[in-house]
Design a protein around this ligand. Structure first.
Ligand code: NAG
Ligand code: NAG
Ligand code: NAG
Ligand code: NAG
Ligand code: NAG
Length: 430
């Protein structure tokens, strides 16, 4: 005999099943599952096929890129076309980094949060968007075949490190799909730069962009949305669309860095050889006893194999050329250390930092580019430093922006005795 409560249990069971199967699901398709076309795109009546996620690649908490099929942009907003009728749900993710040494997203109060479950874009893409029904129609839809991409930023005034971590996922995609016969983005057709104009980026940034994407800046390959004469379109759709997240350490390991250097070698027609010693000088964050440091370096090597340079006095090609011949790079903490990616594999990097200052950024970039990394932390010196932040440890200093800036930009003095002890170890691997 079936009792009423049996029926009730059965119904409850199916409701729970229904919940897990349908309701408790993100709207977007599972990234690892490749959806197939159900009908062909027809441009003549302005409808477009629904969006598919073809590939997302993640490392640690970071999604470095996602590749989509059939995506539209409307005023730089990402339109994710679904086959759900009448949907119009926005997604937006403004999580910030908790710390520079791990990639956990946090809310404004500092609590770690998950990415919005329904946000189909990679973490730190800095793009907003929404789901729209695949019957979403506009009078004019401009549809472009080929693979396209977009770079969107969280702030203005990017130095070369900030720039590289935004651009490098485009190279990472090409690296991971190099031997994929079905590679949808072997060549980029166009790349949009949101809220930028060409004159915002310097020569290094321009050349790095070109090498990473394989797409020259000349012509109409890049769409800088802040150019005054830019044609305003209402809605622009793309067959394939690669959205980068942000790759804070540029490469996840030497395999990508080595591949990148191979591309650089071909593009700039240069060889990587471990021969020379490069000491980078700065016009700020001065080493007060720079001459003493230079004399020490000269005492260790043949003078003719030492290059003492200001990076800002060299153009991109010259900087890469210098790096490509170095077995040892010595520099004070700063964005110039991004150039460590251009050292021949298994070179050594010495980063000299101010006291109370811990930013493991170039450490990770150096190691993940395939090099040996040495950090030399200088000491508090009452003749150089105020005692305002002198009794902070690096950890508590990192939590206070004023302290970080105070030490980051401080002039320093290198204790040559201490430096020489570390240098013995450096010599061992040169
Ligand atoms: C596209 O749609 C038009 C009518 O809007 C139709 O005449 C044409 O055959 C369609 N083409 C394809 C490839 O479906
Ligand atoms: C537009 O074209 C598609 C594909 O041919 C078709 O399925 C759809 O019904 C058309 N829509 C309208 C409004 O004509
Ligand atoms: C893609 O670019 C490479 C060179 O970078 C070129 O050899 C190839 O023909 C291009 N492919 C397409 C489909 O344009
Ligand atoms: C070392 O070489 C540089 C040029 O590369 C030269 O200016 C400098 O005088 C030399 N120093 C010594 C000690 O020979
Ligand atoms: C870089 O500078 C060198 C020396 O001034 C010059 O010969 C070269 O053409 C420059 N390269 C570029 C790409 O501007």
């Amino acid at each position: 005999m079936i009792k009423t409560y049996h029926l009730a249990i059965l119904i409850a069971f199916f409701l729970v099943l229904l919940y897990f199967l349908y309701i408790n699901k993100p709207i977007y398709s599972n990234p690892v599952h490749l959806l197939k076309f159900s009908r062909k795109y027809n441009s003549s009546n302005g409808s477009i096929h629904r969006t598919n996620i073809l590939e997302c690649r993640e490392f640690s908490d970071l999604t470095s890129y996602c590749l989509y099929e059939n995506v539209c942009l409307e005023n730089n907003e990402f339109l994710f076309l679904t086959n759900q009728p009448d949907i119009n749900q926005a997604f937006e993710f403004n999580g910030r980094l908790k710390d520079w040494d791990h990639y956990e997203p946090v809310d404004l109060g500092g609590s770690v949060i998950d990415r919005q479950v329904n946000n189909p874009l990679p973490y730190r893409s800095f793009i907003n968007g929404r789901y729209v029904s695949s019957s979403y129609k506009k009078d004019t839809i401009n549809f472009q075949n080929g693979c396209h991409s977009i770079l969107s930023f969280d702030f203005f005034g990017h130095n070369i490190f900030h720039w590289s971590m935004k651009v490098s996922p485009l190279f990472l995609y090409q690296h991971y799909n190099k031997f994929n016969n079905d590679n949808k983005c072997k060549n980029f057709t166009s790349i949009r730069l949101v809220d930028r104009k060409l004159s915002d980026i310097n020569e290094w940034q321009k050349r790095f962009l070109e090498i990473s994407t394989g797409l020259k800046v000349e012509g109409n390959n890049y769409d800088f949305t802040n150019e005054p004469n830019r044609k305003q379109e209402t809605i622009q759709c793309f067959k394939y669309f690669l959205v980068p997240g942000t790759a804070i350490y540029l490469f996840t390991g030497p395999r990508e860095a080595i591949d990148f250097r191979k591309r650089v070698s071909q593009e700039l027609n240069l060889n990587f050889v471990r021969e020379r010693i490069v000491l980078v000088k700065r016009k700020s964050r001065l080493i007060k006893n720079q001459n003493e440091l230079e004399d020490f370096i000269r005492s260790k090597f043949d003078n003719s194999s030492i290059d003492i340079i200001f990076l800002e006095e060299l153009n991109f090609t010259q900087q890469v050329e210098k790096m490509s011949k170095a077995k040892l790079l010595i520099a004070v903490h700063g964005a110039g250390l991004t150039n460590a990616i251009f050292l021949p594999s298994t070179s050594a990097v010495i980063e000299i930092t101010a006291p109370h200052f811990y930013y493991p950024l170039y450490e990770r970039i150096s190691v993940q580019s395939g090099h040996f990394y040495f950090k030399f932390v200088t000491q508090y010196d009452p003749t150089l430093h105020s005692d305002k932040y002198s009794n902070r440890n690096s950890r508590t200093c990192m939590l206070d922006g004023n302290c970080v800036v105070h030490w980051k930009d401080a002039s320093i003095k290198v204790d040559i005795n201490k430096f020489s002890i570390m240098f013995e170890q450096v010599m061992e691997i040169l």
